[in-house]
Write a protein that binds this ligand. Sequence first.
Ligand code: ASP
Length: 440
Amino acid sequence: MSDKTGLLDWYFKPSLLLRILAGLALGGAAGAILSYSLPQDRLNEVIRWIAPFGDIFIRLLKMIVVPVILFSLIVGTASINPARLGRVGLKIMAYYLFTSALAVAIGLAFAYVAKPGLGLNLAGAAGAAAKPAERPSLLDTFLNIVPTNPFDALARGDVLAVICFACVFGVALSYLQSGGDAKIKANAELVFRFFEGAAEIMYKIVAGVLEYAPIGVFALICTVIAKEGTRVIGPLGLTALTVYLALLAQLFVVYFIFLALFKFNFLRFLKGAQEAIVTAFVTRSSNGTLPVTMRVAEENLGVSRSISAFTLPLGATVNMNGTAIYLGVCATFVANAIGMPLTFAQMIAVVATATLAAIGTAGVPGSGALMLLMVFDSVGLKMEAGSAVAAGYAMIFGIDAVLDMGRTSMNVTGDIVGTVIVAKTENEIDLSKWTIGKDG
Ligand code: ASP
């Protein structure tokens, strides 16, 4: 897009990242100014005008999520032999599980030191109304991976079911491509080329949508800060701070070490992954960010599509390292707030349940907050209407958007780290993209 000249030069000339960061900074500043300078009803009015510019960005991303997964995954699985697909699957699941459990432990450790919520004494508090939320059962989550009707799964945007169908389709396609019958083989190759072309078209659309990202980012951030900015200050500030410090530790310590173990340069990683990290931050949705995540993994970090088309959609659905951290910190917050700090045995229970809960978390805004209920349950924190636990939950729920931004960016970062590692062990990464100084 750099050869554009004319009226919009000022917009298209600077690098995309610079524009997105400018959108982020200006949006944050505008949101803070609005929330301090306007009375509530005027503020709501202004937000109503600004919010659609952010919503359209999210809608554009969502528009391409399902086709991106379907087309890329069919092409990906059809170009890799089934035995190898199984091996890649095992490796990436082992990585996702391990890092999720580690992330909960990090969240708990940070919360243990910072002690958010201690002294709040909610035990005597009158009932704050927290929404009783539905808890999806784990068995159902597993069963639903196999769609009874793939078209229905596509229409509903049920990511795991779409992954399942695309894998089955891709594997069958790869068998036919290498089969004996010349006619069937020719047909299969035609189908393969069709999906390959369709996947390319999707990536082209992603690049176009990203050109709009700075404006979308401005509107999204401005809306969140204008609505929630002031609430983060106060007793919840420490919780938010703890969550964010633990998220940063995950990024700068855990991911740094993982990448270093596989001889990847951390700064180069950040440079390559930054568009996805920022998009996750503002959209608060791993699924919504997926088209961007896949693009940066392939184009900036050199991961071959046969790996990324499989590991990234899977990661966007099951790997939630940031959410795992959040669950650890917030379980501690509520336990402290009601004057019953977690015991060591309870912390172990939190690690186990929060790891599963993070896997069951859908990659959409706010879903991690529902999973918190499952974690409460495992340590005997009863969420009844009017109870102290409900009051604590309602407090956290109030700043969920702010926490969701940070946790979603770490969710996505974790997926990309796992993907480049698995790609390296499979020799499916173009390491020339990792040369320092080379532009993403
Ligand atoms: N919003 C997060 C994501 O999409 C999930 C969560 O709410 O924790 O990754």
